[in-house]
Design a protein around this ligand. Structure first.
Ligand SMILES: NC(=O)NC(NC(N)=O)C(=O)[O-]
Ligand SMILES: [Zn+2]
Ligand SMILES: [Zn+2]
Length: 428
């Protein structure tokens, strides 16, 4: 194979043409696992839909000529073993889990593109010198349990089994129980921690509107924002809605809504790029004629600067305590996600830029306001994050959409990058 084929603009067009339909079909097929009546996709970690998707993906990987295997937590790998066995692996992929009633592309695209890229490379160039792997990461979103990056975190040593011991989902099912019911967390599977990854490349939909507005094909991510998530529990006193005068109530919802208003106003005041979200809000007992006894809600705050993020969080937590005290409520705050801002690898990003330039693919260096598995990998190896446009900038919604043509351009860039690293042994 050596020297037989080199990439050129002509080849790139051919690649795009030959994979456009394939990627579209793959995406639609994956979107059928966890398809909701409301139109979106729900694949929560270790659920039936999640398991069906992982098992079907394993079969698809084998069909594509890859060696498929699972690790202890349920990450799925498809490997094209390198002929030079002493070299570290080049890994690509993304997460298979979704938010509740989310889109078809978030996470899934990076896996689909990885499988198609490796299949293409094997068919056209045979076995690589350096092992190439595609990974379908078991969890990233934190949608079922208060735990994010469980897949990439387990591989990179940033998440540990002790952390899941006390976690339960909203139905009271424990993390352990769910993991074992799905067939994972057992001794027969190989340990998730990896020390042999030379580079990680994630292809993902932008989930924002920048690329589409600017009419560009590719985003090369320079940095990912820092992100914190809290669960806030406000406790008051349940009492009769008719007989309890307003000034003698301990209304948990009154307090929680004041906290929410404070948070959102403070975020607006602070201005971009800071963002704050209350995405979950649970009232107990949630009955019309009972003063709410308890409210549990989540806070998600993001900013690219760690100090600004820290200062803002300190400010709203102090105010939450003040509001609780004034209204004779009890407030408990639990920080369960604290991801620092991360810069992606400059060398890999420069390579991606070079590929785009050489093929006249329009591109932009940009920041990511969403969290990504690539930020976990960047802690252990050079990692890159490549975006393709999201139509109307909508994500975490059934309306999420990227055209097959845009997906194919991203996949073609991935193919070339993997080719350079795996077959041409370009230095990382
Ligand atoms: N790409 C994502 O949608 N990531 C999401 N999930 C995490 N873990 O950051 C998020 O909320 O940004
Ligand atoms: Zn997401
Ligand atoms: Zn994602």
């Amino acid at each position: 194979m050596e020297g037989k084929v080199t990439f050129s603009l002509h080849d790139k067009c051919e690649i795009i043409e030959s994979i456009t339909e394939e990627i579209e079909e793959f995406m639609l097929w994956m979107g059928s696992f966890g398809k909701q009546e409301e139109g979106g996709v729900t694949r929560l970690l270790y659920s039936e839909a999640w398991r069906d998707a992982q098992l079907a993906l394993a079969a698809a990987m084998e069909q594509a000529g890859l060696e498929a295997s699972f690790d202890w937590v349920g990450n799925l790998f498809g490997k094209l073993p390198g002929t030079e066995t002493n070299k570290t692996s080049i890994m690509t992929g993304s997460h298979v889990d979704t938010v509740k009633n989310g889109g078809m592309y978030d996470g899934t695209f990076g896996i689909a593109a990885g499988v198609i890229a490796l299949k293409y490379l094997k068919q056209h160039f045979g076995m690589p010198k350096r092992s190439l792997e595609v990974v379908s990461l078991c969890e990233e979103e934190g949608s079922r349990f208060p735990m994010t990056y469980w897949g990439s975190g387990s591989i990179t040593g940033r998440r540990h089994v002790e952390e899941i011991a006390l976690l339960t989902d909203e139905n009271g099912i424990s993390f352990r129980e769910a993991m074992e019911a799905a067939g994972f967390g057992s001794g027969t599977l190989r340990d998730s921690r990896r020390q042999d990854i030379g580079a990680f490349i994630e292809l993902h939909v932008e989930q924002g509107i920048v690329l589409e507005r600017k009419n560009l094909n590719i985003g090369i991510v320079e940095a990912i924002v820092g992100q914190r998530r809290y669960t806030i529990e406000v406790t008051g006193e349940a009492n009769h809605a008719g007989t309890t005068p307003m000034m003698w109530r301990k209304d948990a919802l009154g307090g929680a809504s004041g906290m929410t208003q404070y948070l959102l106003n403070a975020a607006r005041e602070q201005g971009a790029p800071l963002v704050a979200t209350v995405g979950r809000f649970e009232v107990k007992p949630n009955v019309a004629n009972v003063i709410p006894e308890k409210v549990i809600f989540t806070v998600d705050v993001r900013h690219p600067d760690a100090t600004v993020l820290e200062t803002f969080c300190h400010r709203f937590l102090t105010e939450f305590r003040k509001i609780a005290e004034e209204q004779e409520l009890h407030v408990q705050t639990h920080l369960w996600m604290n991801a620092s801002p991360v810069n992606m690898d400059k060398g890999l990003s420069a390579k991606i830029e070079r590929i785009c330039k050489s093929h006249d693919i329009s591109h932009l260096s940009m920041a990511s306001g969403a969290g990504h598995d690539a930020q976990m990998f960047q802690h252990i190896c050079p990692s890159a994050l490549i975006f393709v446009p999201s139509h109307l900038g909508i994500s975490h919604s059934p309306q999420e959409y990227t055209s097959p043509a845009d997906l194919a351009v991203g996949t073609a860039v991935l193919i070339e990058l993997l080719y350079l690293l795996g077959y041409k042994e370009e230095e990382i």
